[in-house]
Design a binder for this molecule. Structure first.
Ligand SMILES: *Cc1c(COP(=O)(O)O)cnc(C)c1O
Length: 216
């Protein structure tokens, strides 16, 4: 099932779009199946779970962190992950920078945008993103490579479109600034119910869980 699901999704993705398997609650076997079928990025939300899975699966794929990262977990995240998609504050960026340098690594990061401007949600507000990026772009232990957004959850994928548009426009604006140390390459948007819309709005990483692995 997992193999078929992955192949089906890969066949419909345009050139240049990467499929990230959002793998929270899945087993090492599930993840290996997805990788065998062609998934090149595994997304993880929790450090403890990621440590277990990483020790079982290893570097067969790239590992991206897509959950909310607490600063006291950064030390454990740095050796596992190839990218942290959810940087939303200077404080978090500073901690990643410090730990990455200690571990002899430059961590690729995306800036998480709170595109729905929801009070209780993570991510930086759209109008604060450029300032955040300017402030952390000189950090030697991180490399800013794009933006990520979740958008407010809703049943209807069309409802997600405005939030994807906001994020893509921001992506283009920041890219046009050509800030030193910033390379805007990746736009990570869309999940099982919304990735088709995200693709139409310019996503080049889609994070899909349910449609690959089944319901959680
Ligand atoms: C779980 C998760 C996804 C995938 O969700 P599905 O609806 O299962 O495809 C994508 N992004 C993030 C950040 C997630 O936590």
């Amino acid at each position: 099932m997992i193999e078929e699901n992955v192949k089906k999704i890969l066949a419909e993705l345009p050139q240049g779009v990467q499929l990230e398997a959002a793998a929270k609650t899945r087993t090492p076997d599930d993840i290996k199946r997805a990788i065998d079928a062609g998934v090149e990025i595994i997304g993880q939300n929790y450090i403890q779970e990621a440590e277990l899975l990483f020790s079982a699966v290893g570097s067969l794929a790239k590992w991206h962190f897509i959950g909310h990262l607490q600063r006291n977990k950064v030390n454990k995240a740095v050796p596992i992950f190839d990218m942290i998609e959810t940087v939303d504050s200077v404080r978090l960026a500073r901690e990643i920078d410090k730990r990455a340098l200690q571990q002899g690594k430059v961590m690729s990061v995306l800036i998480e945008i709170n595109s729905g401007k929801e009070e209780q949600k993570f991510g930086v507000m759209p109008d604060k993103a450029e300032g955040l990026i300017r402030e952390i772009s000189g950090f030697k232990g991180i490399k800013i490579e794009g933006l990520m957004t979740m958008g407010p959850f809703s049943g209807d994928p069309e409802d997600a479109r405005p939030y994807f548009i906001i994020t893509r426009k921001l992506f283009e604006q920041i890219k046009a600034l050509k800030l030193p140390g910033v390379e805007m390459r990746f736009l990570s948007m869309g999940m099982t119910n919304s990735y088709q819309v995200a693709l139409e709005e310019g996503a080049n990483i889609v994070r899909i869980g349910t449609k690959i692995f089944g319901p959680r």
